[in-house]
Design a protein around this ligand. Structure first.
Ligand code: SAM
Length: 461
């Protein structure tokens, strides 16, 4: 058993009473490992699922239909299927929060504290590519990891922002059908997984976290539409950051009701522990003064690219993309809702449903690491170069050709390593490299060779 802070043990004894010994004995057990299959790529009946089950020793997580426990020795994070975005490694109890929020395709959803992206990718799978998911993370380095995970899992309808909660709530009052606040917390449920969480724990840290949660929650609430639902979750055990934070919130915001509360405990189930509360906002007009006022729009970050004369840059960028797609992506159509957006040389497809308050103008002045699906970049002479994100968001069959190899083959390993591949007969220009039918990235074929266009940072060591 790790050495636990005495104040933590005392608090848990007060909370759990006769159950405390059983709880403390869970620290002698090995931690649990989980992954969630990516339904954007693998539907429930996909023929690869039995193979994955055998390969990683998968066993279903009872509270999450796409979740599985895996054997520690299986190391799915190192497998080429991970690079292909077939699953997301996620602590099993953490899967409860997005299950509780349970968005449906077409909704507008906000994940306010989203990095590294476990719950974002889970919410995206539930949206099935329809509707809009805004995934926000305040810390720049963590926002980058979040954005990479959104890319790897091939999520076509997500915008990644890097903002403080108050910056977002000023722009998006009553905008989202569902909001998740997976709050920064004292991480008591991380103790088996991460010994540093033990070293960082103190009663003062718990109090600081509780105060921060009470500061963030009103912003999450302000962005929810009347009648919408909000999940507040943490991976900690103390009541100050959980039930008491929710009770304090309900007292300050009587338009909210508590619908359900879930506690996951490491001694009562398989998982590290989690808390999640599902709240609904009444469908009546809000009192004045609760909502932060709108902020003036201002653009920073990526510089808008000037088009020729009065033509917006989006028009010429989109025609470059269309020329590329006609030749190289005969089986892919841009999502029906949305609009093109140019940031510098980059062309994105902003996945906004009709009437949404999340418009290009509303994003001005915000840091937006990923304003939708990154289609590609406009090179000299208007030449279009597809981005890796597009490869991950489309099926292999959408491309003019795919160099497809089985997992475990020398060719699949060589592509992942950054090497060229032999081109399929007659292949020319842009195509995909794939493993067992799932895209890994772009290739460019000429003279019987496929040049490797997998970004350097994503290649296997
Ligand atoms: N939902 C994520 C997932 O499932 O992968 C985990 C989120 S983690 C529990 C909480 C996040 O809140 C961290 O990424 C942290 O950087 C962020 N955070 C820290 N301080 C914050 C603040 N004041 N406002 C908003 N987010 C904050």
């Amino acid at each position: 058993m790790p050495v636990l802070p005495p104040d933590f043990v005392r608090n848990m004894t007060r909370l759990l009473g006769g159950e405390t010994d059983r709880f403390l004995r869970s620290y002698d057990e090995p931690r649990s490992y989980g992954l969630r299959l990516n339904r954007l790529k693998l539907d429930e009946r996909h023929s690869l699922i039995p193979a994955l089950t055998g390969l990683f020793g998968l066993r279903p997580v009872p509270w999450c239909p796409d979740g599985y426990f895996y054997e520690a020795s299986a190391r799915p994070g190192r497998h080429i299927y991970h690079a292909a975005g077939l699953y997301y490694i996620q602590e099993p109890s953490a899967m409860i929060a997005a299950e509780l929020l349970d968005p449906v395709p077409g909704e507008t959803v906000l994940d306010l504290a989203a990095a590294p992206g476990g719950k974002t990718t889970q919410l995206a799978a539930k949206l099935r590519g329809e509707g809009l998911l805004v995934a926000n993370e305040i810390h720049p380095a963590r926002a980058k990891i979040l954005s990479e995970n959104v890319e790897r899992l091939g999520i076509p309808n997500a915008i990644v922002t890097q903002a403080a909660p108050q910056e977002l709530s000023a722009r998006y009052p009553e905008t989202f059908d569902r909001v998740l606040l997976d709050a920064p917390c004292s991480g008591e449920g991380m103790f088996r997984k991460d010994p540093e969480a033990i070293a960082e724990w103190s009663e003062e840290a718990v109090e600081t976290c509780a105060q921060r949660q009470r500061d963030i929650l009103p912003h999450a609430a302000a962005m929810l539409k009347p009648g919408g639902t909000l999940v507040y979750s943490t991976c900690t055990f103390n009541t100050l950051e959980n039930e008491e934070t929710v009770a304090d919130f309900l007292q300050r915001f009587p338009e909210f009701r508590l619908l359900r509360e879930e506690r996951m405990w490491p001694h009562l189930g398989q998982g590290e522990g989690h808390y999640a509360a599902l709240l609904r906002k009444d469908d009546v007009s809000q009192e004045q003064g609760r909502r932060p006022a709108g902020m003036p729009a201002r653009r920073e970050g990526g510089k808008p690219r000037k088009g020729k004369g009065a033509e917006p840059p989006e028009a010429s960028a989109l025609s470059s993309y269309v020329a590329f797609a006609q030749e190289s992506l005969p089986g892919f159509r841009l999502p029906p809702h949305g609009q093109p957006l140019v940031f510098g040389d980059a062309l994105f497809w902003l996945p906004v449903p009709p009437g949404s308050a999340v418009t290009p103008a509303s994003l001005r002045g915000l840091k937006v690491p990923r304003p939708g699906l990154h289609l590609g970049d406009i090179r000299s002479g208007g030449r279009f170069e597809p981005n890796h994100s597009l490869a991950m968001a489309i099926p292999a069959e959408a491309a003019r050709f795919a160099a497809d190899f089985p997992a475990g083959s020398a060719e699949a390993a060589a592509y992942w390593h950054g090497e060229s591949l032999p081109a399929p007969p007659g292949a020319k220009g842009w195509g995909l490299a794939a493993v067992d039918g799932f895209p890994l990235g772009w290739v460019k074929a000429s003279d019987g060779q496929c040049k490797n266009r997998l970004p350097k940072g994503l290649r296997s060591p």
